[in-house]
Design a protein around this ligand. Structure first.
Ligand SMILES: [Zn+2]
Length: 451
């Protein structure tokens, strides 16, 4: 690797950023905005060139936006996005942490604290890379924009900073070449004799999300003279029909692509097994489809989670409702899921309505300069990695940016063991010190390649 990285400054800055308790709350009056200001101060002190050479804006309550003007205004800018907020640490789990969750302690090969994986590590790496490029006198031809929101963790929130920021960009007539957000990563897959590869997992698609309410109305009356089916009974049958008619799990082109890459990277003699599995692919569909975690990559999921009926045991329900959550596969829409529900329920007395959600973002292409840059740089930095386009399960801020770009990629270039990767929102969230130099180098190389 030929990129200079100021690892010491990166670690010190990340440590200070983790010490800012930028926890987001649905009730914004509970959010401590002073902590976000503190975070901005940390950036001001650590990154003087960014603050003197780039245009800085605060959008909304604490959205941080920097514009690094390129020399060629005809080129569409690239966007590096992220969120400054973190999820809370439940009071009762405080004592379980090896280091205080807001200490930013550096110990035993790790930097500890809430946000070390999701996603202060990524946000600080973006800032660090730009400051270093400025120190090196780099001049981009294409404009680079950094856009950090402040409430990504609240998921289904109308007041999402990302919506506000993306709309602001749209109003200005800005269209991005591409948007790079968190979502994927470079987990280490090392099983001796089986696989010696790392996967550079790049999110190119994201499931949609929708809540539906099922409602049955009835005349009510006294429960000493009940009808054959009460509103609750009719609703119960509808729920059973839904559960018995889940969407069929499909081998999507994406899943096939992932399996191809995985099979190719297996060591001999496991590779023979891989080849065999590859040929027996039609058999994989029902096997994977039976595993909930795998099936969720292969179909729209549906889960009935709330029900209500009569308020009293001896009163017939006049109305019964059930509320369910669905996660929608790319290529489908909320409207299609609604029709599917009506079809399987097969009962006009059950009203189906969507009470909130968003369609899946369209899948981003993999033959674009931005995806190719991610692939090439990852292959160079993470010697043993295979780049795999994938579908992100959780909702990220990236989806809100589809109004200003066709190319949304979700990738955090941290090469870490899978158990560290999975520590987001968990106790003892921490990042390996070893992964940091390459992560910063990734963003330097990404900016240089595309601008
Ligand atoms: Zn996140």
């Amino acid at each position: 690797m030929n990129e200079y990285v100021n690892v010491e400054r990166y670690q010190q800055t990340l440590s200070k950023v983790i010490q800012c308790k930028t926890v987001s709350h649905l009730d914004e009056t509970e959010t401590d905005w002073g902590e976000f200001e503190k975070l901005h101060k940390v950036f001001e002190e650590a990154y003087p060139l960014i603050h003197s050479k780039l245009k800085k804006e605060i959008i909304g309550k604490a959205g941080l936006v920097f514009t690094w003007e390129g020399t060629n205004p005809d080129l569409k800018p690239i966007a590096l996005i992220g969120h400054q907020d973190v999820v809370p640490v439940p009071e009762e789990t405080y004592g379980d942490w090896t280091h205080d969750p807001f200490s930013g302690d550096i110990a035993d090969g790790y930097l500890w604290g809430r946000g070390a994986v999701d996603m202060k590590d990524h946000v600080v790496a973006v800032m660090e890379s730009v400051e270093t490029l400025l120190e090196e006198g780099y001049v981009p031809e294409r404009t680079v924009m950094i856009l950090f929101g402040y409430n990504e963790e609240l998921v289904n929130n109308e007041d999402a900073a990302a919506i506000l920021i993306a709309n602001t960009m749209k109003e200005r007539g800005i269209r991005f070449e591409s948007v790079l957000d968190e979502g994927g990563g470079v987990p280490k897959l090392r099983i001796p004799g089986v696989i010696q590869k790392d996967l550079a997992v790049v999110g190119i698609a994201e499931k949609g999300y929708a809540d539906f309410r099922l409602t049955v109305e009835a005349t009510g009356g006294h429960s000493s003279t009940p009808p054959a089916h009460t509103a609750v009974g009719i609703l119960a049958r509808a729920i059973t029909r839904i559960e018995n008619n889940m969407y069929k799990a499909e081998m999507t082109p994406q899943l096939n692509m992932v399996l191809d890459k995985l099979f190719d990277s297996l060591d001999f003699p496991t590779s023979i097994l891989g080849k065999g599995l590859s040929i027996a692919r039609p058999l994989l569909r029902p096997i994977l489809g039976a595993i909930p975690a795998a099936a969720s990559f292969m179909r729209t999921s549906m889960s009935v989670n709330m029900v209500s009926g009569s308020p009293q045991a001896n009163v017939l329900p006049q109305v019964a409702t059930a509320t369910m959550n669905t996660r929608i596969m790319p290529g489908q829409t909320i409207e299609e899921v609604k029709h599917y529900l009506e079809k399987v329920i097969k009962d006009k007395r059950v009203k189906v309505e969507c009470i909130g959600g968003s369609d899946p973002a369209p899948m981003s292409a993999t033959d674009t300069p931005s995806f190719k840059a991610i692939d090439e740089i990852s292959t160079e930095l993470f010697e043993k990695s295979v780049t795999v386009p994938f579908q992100v399960m959780g909702a990220t801020d990236a989806r809100h940016y589809r109004i200003v770009t066709d190319q949304l990629y979700r990738y955090s270039p941290f090469n870490i063991p899978a158990n560290i990767f999975l520590l987001f929102h968990q106790t003892d969230e921490r990042m390996t010190l070893e992964s940091m130099e390459k992560a910063v180098a990734f963003f330097k190389m990404y900016i240089k390649k595309l601008t």
